[in-house]
Design a binder for this molecule. Structure first.
Ligand code: GDP
Length: 525
């Protein structure tokens, strides 16, 4: 198979949802279809549950599971499909945001009873920043839930997506009978825990009286009316619009019953994008270019002090990545070669000789990589679109063992490079502030500083609402802003100016008083 064929057979995507909507279950069913796993239950949930805060071994065990499921690849209809896992736990949302920079499309899972939940809203807004193509799967139709039309309204209103239902449920909960696939023009009947494959009934004309025979008179009539409404109200499906992120196809089903999943997968395989180009500060990098380039989007550290290695996950963006070949680590300006690059097939880790655009390679690393680093055949490229997001929780961090200052600084720096949290240094007093998306990270940092670096820290509360990156074209206005807001200024680890707002009100006042200064909620703008 030549390079372009390899490239075009790849589809790399992520599944996102609010915890418990059914992401793990759906992932597992997809892997079963692809034959990557044989039994249900093989994909462990990567949910990190916050039990007792001191239960770090449990966190570590769960992180171990999550590295095994970081990338799951399977073959289906001659294609190679890479699912990049995203942690469901909101304290690890930052990890998920970064993983989304490495996918080419996403599937959003929504619980039919709960509708659009907070975590889904956040994650979809990150996808929309990059116009990532989105397919929506409404799950748990075997339970009573919200009316399908109301749900679509909710998806449009809360997620800001224009939807196009490509399947439609016949009933719900106790009365759930199946889904009509508008995409394939087929009715699929629901038999709980049954093999629905034989129950696919082809109905090319919904007015065919055969419909009554299968689902009964009233449901048949309702289905016809509802499909009519859909045709009038929602846009006609067009792949280009989907690829541009302008419309999102919607599917209905029940993951746990493996129902509606094949319809979703078959459509996904038809329409989802092959590896897409990536933007760098220098130029657009196209997957079909013959020279290899990729970037690190996630670093997984081993918390066991006896095995200090880390795995850096690199997305191949162009060319072919090859084992034991000299590549340039652009930020360090250093040549590196990788003798044991790994790929992940569900539970199996294997050393690979080559990888193509869209693939993710795990590189063993002893501390060379930071999130966002580029690796190339020599060109100095800097990939964009891997921003930091304004954290939601802040604390001062203190070094409590002055004899271990070096270890403290080094540990903190490495943990920040891994993306565990963000560090801001306050200009007025030089104090360090750790910002995270979730409270769990504070415990993780404290634990890891002690166990991996032999350093100790404690925290002090700091009253902050948001950290905003600041930019301004007018030097005079910037100078004035810096003088007046001295108390609220800090620098991130790259030395970028960051405004620390104590409340929504302080932020608003700063924006009003300094109209020429721009405030950004992500580090890239
Ligand atoms: P995640 O947190 O999004 O990964 O959710 P899981 O896949 O772990 O599912 C959460 C719970 O919902 C589990 O108990 C699943 O068995 C259940 N579940 C998943 N899909 C369905 C479904 O289609 N119907 C019903 N009734 N339960 C489901």
């Amino acid at each position: 198979m030549n390079f372009l064929e390899e490239l075009n057979k790849r589809k790399t995507f992520g599944i996102i949802s609010h915890p418990d909507a059914g992401k793990t279950t759906l992932t597992e069913k997809l892997l079963l279809f692809g034959g990557a796993i044989q039994t249900a239950g093989a994909v462990k949930s990567n949910k990190i549950k916050k039990s007792a805060t001191s239960d770090f071994m449990e966190i570590e065990r769960q992180r171990g599971i999550s590295v095994a499921t970081s990338v799951m690849a399977f073959e289906y209809r001659g294609l190679k499909i890479n699912i990049l896992d995203t942690p469901g736990h909101q304290d690890f949302a930052e990890d998920t945001y970064r993983t989304l920079t490495a996918v080419d499309s996403v599937i959003v899972v929504i619980d039919v009873a709960k509708g659009v939940e907070t975590q889904t809203e956040k994650l979809v807004s990150v996808c929309r920043m990059r116009n990532t193509p989105i397919i929506v799967f409404i799950n748990k139709l075997d339970r009573e839930g919200k009316d399908a039309f109301d749900l679509l309204d909710e998806v449009e209103a809360k997620l800001g997506l224009k939807v196009c239902p490509l399947s439609w449920p016949v009933g719900m909960g106790q009365r759930f009978q199946g889904v009509y696939s508008r995409y394939e023009k087929k009715l699929v009947l629901f038999r709980p825990h049954g093999k629905q494959e034989e129950d696919k009934i082809e109905i090319t004309d919904l007015n065919d009286p055969i419909l009554e025979k299968y689902v009964g008179e009233r449901p048949a009539q309702e289905l016809r009316e509802e499909v009519n409404i859909i045709e009038e109200v929602y846009p006609i499906f067009n792949r280009e619009d989907y690829l541009d992120g302008k419309i999102s196809p919607v599917f209905f089903g029940s993951a746990v019953n493996n129902f509606g999943v094949r319809e979703l997968l078959d459509c996904f395989v038809d329409i989802a994008p092959a590896p897409l180009p990536r933007i760098t500060e220098e130029r657009l990098v196209k997957p079909e270019e013959d020279k290899f380039a990729g970037f690190v989007f996630k670093i997984h550290a081993n918390m066991d002090p006896n095995h200090r290695d880390r795995i850096a996950f690199l997305r191949v963006c162009s060319g072919v990545f090859q084992r034991n070949t000299n590549y340039l680590h652009v930020r360090q300006g250093k040549t590196m070669r990788f003798s044991n690059p790994t790929s992940f097939m569900a539970e199996k880790k294997t050393v690979i000789d080559e990888a193509f655009p869209g693939d993710v390679v795990g590189l063993y690393d002893s501390g060379n990589f930071k999130i966002g680093d580029s690796v190339t055949e020599g060109e100095k490229l800097h990939f964009k679109g891997i921003p930091s997001f304004s954290p939601e929780q802040f604390r001062y961090v203190n070094n409590t063992n002055p004899l271990k200052t070096k270890q403290f600084n080094k540990g903190l720096e490495q943990l920040m490079d891994e993306g565990v949290a963000q560090l801001f240094t306050r200009e007025s007093n030089g104090r360090k502030i750790v910002g995270t998306v979730g409270a769990l990270q504070f415990d993780v940092i404290q634990y890891r500083l002690e166990h991996e670096y032999g350093a100790a820290c404690d925290y002090e509360p700091v009253n902050l609402y948001k950290a905003c990156w600041v930019s301004c074209d007018d030097d005079k206005a910037l100078k004035e802003f810096k003088e007046r807001r001295k108390r609220d200024l800090s620098y991130d680890k790259h030395g970028n100016l960051v405004f620390l707002a104590e409340s929504a009100w302080t932020l608003q006042m700063a924006q009003e008083n300094h109209p020429k200064v721009e405030f950004h909620f992500t580090s890239e703008f």
